[in-house]
Design a protein. Structure first.
Length: 189
């Protein structure tokens, strides 16, 4: 069965860690970050963007695996992709990303399927993290607030997966220490 992903339902339609094949056809142009959010939904590994890619591109991708999907996105945006055990990185050619920092694990009740359920339209990282703070009691610090580009988010899953998706959308990196989530600019780019 082929997983079809349309630009209009970019984050809602892409199932987490789905099995291929995959097809993505856009009627609008997408930024690399928006396209990488689809990769994040398809791939069980963390996805990060560390590239100065063209502003937007139209996509017509029809591939069999999440790895092939990453390669097709990299080709469409003229960037390199590195697939490693610790994640999938879209980056400028000649600049290999550093490894991702290890994360302290969240309490089991936050990591089970369906632990965090959010549906928010025209939202920002700050608003989503306010909702996370209310549900988990964790303190949240956003050291370098990103440009506030609103996005739509439909999430039903573990907290770490939600934070990974937000990292792709915001361009920031998250780190968890007991009782706290800290957002900073990525040190590995």
């Amino acid at each position: 069965m082929r997983t079809m992903i349309a630009a209009a339902a970019l984050l809602a339609a892409a199932p987490a860690a789905a099995d291929g094949p995959y097809a993505l056809r856009t009627t609008d142009s997408l930024t690399l970050r928006e396209a990488a959010a689809v990769q994040d939904a398809l791939d069980a590994r963390r996805v990060r963007v560390c590239a100065a890619a063209p502003a937007k591109a139209e996509l017509d991708v029809d591939v069999g695996t999440a790895g092939e999907f990453a390669a097709a996105l990299a080709a469409a945006y003229g960037v390199a992709v590195s697939e490693r055990d610790d994640g999938v990185f879209f980056h400028d050619a000649g600049r290999a990303p550093r490894p991702l920092p290890r994360q302290t694990m969240f309490a089991p009740e936050f990591e089970r399927p369906g632990a965090i359920v959010l549906s928010m339209s025209f939202t920002t990282l700050e608003r989503v993290m306010d909702a996370v703070r209310g549900r988990t009691g964790l303190r949240v610090e956003i050291a370098d607030p990103p440009v506030r580009r609103p996005f739509t988010l439909d999430w039903n899953g573990p907290l770490s997966g939600l934070l990974d998706r937000l990292a792709v959308l915001s361009g920031l990196e998250w780190q968890h220490t007991p009782g706290r989530i800290v957002w900073t600019k990525p040190p590995y780019c």
